[in-house]
Design a protein around this ligand. Structure first.
Ligand SMILES: Cc1ncc(COP(=O)(O)O)c(C=O)c1O
Length: 497
């Protein structure tokens, strides 16, 4: 027999002192709740038996109230699914007489929000960029994720979890997971750390926010790569950090330009392994130069190593953190690209003397990350599935990248200039000077294509626009079809300058 899902108990309080009969009080409560929209059409209500037991009254008044509500069309009972608010309560009956909370409707007088919230709103990416069409940046090949293995591991950890998996956890994260990550980072990314320095976070976005809060005071200036990662713009903006845009060259961010524009910067946000979005790899000489600057200026580097695992024409390049002998680099990594973004798991490698401060700020924010997936991912790494998946994805992304580069050159070579395709899961296609990249991306979105305008990565107005094309989550046929549609979207644009 089908089980009727249990419904929530409504917060009814009966007045036993009044002369209003019990059934009337119950009838009034349900009617008001339905009319005001507090209970919505189709929503289940408790059975008369359960309600009487909960209210510690006889079942008779409940039966009478429900009978009346049925008769007037407010409630309806269906065999097998219990009693519910009638899906066809007349509209005029449900029009709220007194809204639960008044919201000012007039746009001219928006209510005051904090300065930081207003700043966050101003850098928020626009909604039309969020679709999942071809070339969606930051999307890995989720259809190649070993979901069977994953679901077995989830079942293993969720079928009879020990107390520690269900109770409150450590703000630094689940220790076996931190041990596995420390080993992986040492072996694969040349990061030098002990598990005690690894903090698990809900993706690098949270990692960047925690770094900003721990390392800087509101108003402190930092060097920001220009162009740079919009997620970092958001994180630093909401922490009140002042970002000074510093351009780079083919060796990475320019320290000279940084010193010229902001000598007293307290730190720098960098993507040395694969600059986001342009794809440059920071040279060895520039790495040493910027590390020396951190010592002289007593400044921090936040190293965002978001996709350093994927490098195609040479071996992956080690992290900047591994070269830092003065503990001035805070390293941030994520599982969003190497596994999938909805997992929301990342990590920070914190200098030893800063661990207590990081843990305190993290605890104040959201205590700790969900322990179940940390345990699942620990086994995924320990049993070799992670290394195998990485190896497979490296080959797959290399193929997808070649396909995309070839298709771009063949179909759009006279309009777009491809840069930064040596690593990662995205490349940049520069548009001819003067072409508006937001308009180009908007037109592409209308044709089901998800490209990002390069200009959204700039704090200042860029000299030249471009499109960021992700290829990790776009298969061969989608690449071919996607380029055709992109070509159609861009038709006539280079002549509009
Ligand atoms: C530069 C950079 N950092 C980090 C991330 C990943 O962020 P998260 O771990 O919050 O998903 C991305 C994803 O697009 C990125 O491009």
């Amino acid at each position: 027999m089908k089980r009727v899902p249990t419904s929530f108990f409504p917060p009814i309080s009966l007045d036993f002192a009044t002369r209003t009969p019990m059934y009337r009080q119950l009838y009034d409560w349900f009617r008001d709740a339905i009319v005001s929209g507090q209970l919505s059409p189709g929503q289940r209500v408790p059975s008369t038996r359960a309600l009487a037991a909960e209210l510690e009254i006889s079942r008779l008044p409940v039966l009478s109230a429900f009978e009346q509500l049925h008769a007037e069309g407010y409630l309806q009972t269906q065999v097998g699914s219990g009693t519910m608010v009638s899906p066809s309560v007349p509209d005029e009956a449900t029009r709220p007489t007194t809204p639960a909370c008044k919201v000012p409707l007039r746009q001219e007088s928006p209510r005051k929000i904090s300065r930081l919230a207003a700043a966050a709103l101003s850098v928020q990416p626009q909604q039309w960029l969020n679709s999942l069409g071809a070339f969606r940046a930051s999307l890995p090949a989720v259809d190649h994720f070993p979901i069977r293995i994953w679901s077995k591991l989830v079942a293993r950890h969720s079928s009879s979890p020990p107390k520690e998996l269900m109770a409150y956890g450590d703000p630094m994260g689940y220790l076996p997971f931190r041990e596995a990550i420390a080993e992986y980072l040492g072996a694969a990314r040349a990061v030098r750390c002990s598990p005690a320095q690894v903090m698990i976070v809900n993706g690098s976005q949270q990692g960047l926010q925690i770094c900003a809060k721990v390392l800087f005071d509101p108003g402190d200036p930092i060097w920001m790569e220009e162009p740079g990662y919009p997620g970092a713009h958001q994180a630093f903006t909401t922490a009140g950090v002042r970002m000074v845009p510093i351009p780079g060259d083919d060796q990475g961010i320019s320290v000279k330009e940084g010193l010229r524009r902001c000598r007293l910067a307290k730190g720098a946000y960098l993507t040395p392994s694969h600059q986001y979005p342009l794809g440059t790899t920071m040279s060895a000489a520039r790495r040493l130069e910027i590390l020396q600057w951190t010592v002289r200026a007593r400044a921090w580097i936040i190293e965002d190593d978001y996709d350093g695992e994927f490098r195609f024409d040479s071996r992956p390049i080690g992290a900047l953190q591994g070269l830092d002998t003065d503990s001035n680099v805070v390293y941030v990594g994520t599982f969003s690209k190497v596994l999938f973004p909805a997992l929301r798991l990342g990590y920070i490698v914190v200098p030893k003397d800063m661990v207590a401060a990081f843990a305190a700020v993290r605890e104040a924010a959201d205590l700790f990350s969900s322990t179940l997936y940390q345990a699942v991912l620990t086994d995924f790494i320990r049993e070799g599935h992670f290394a195998r998946h990485l190896r497979r994805m490296r080959v797959l992304y290399m193929e997808r990248r070649s396909l995309l580069v070839d298709a771009l050159r063949a179909q759009l070579g006279n309009m777009l200039e491809v840069i930064g395709a040596e690593a990662g899961m995205h490349l940049v296609a520069l548009l001819p000077p003067g072409v508006d990249d937001r308009e180009a991306a908007r037109r592409a979105a209308q044709n089901g294509i998800s490209v990002l305008p390069l200009s959204m990565c700039y704090l200042k107005k860029p000299e030249r626009g471009g499109l960021i094309l992700g290829y990790g989550g776009t298969n061969a046929s989608e690449v071919q079809e996607g380029i055709k549609r992109l070509k159609l979207s861009l038709r006539g644009m280079s002549r509009q300058q």
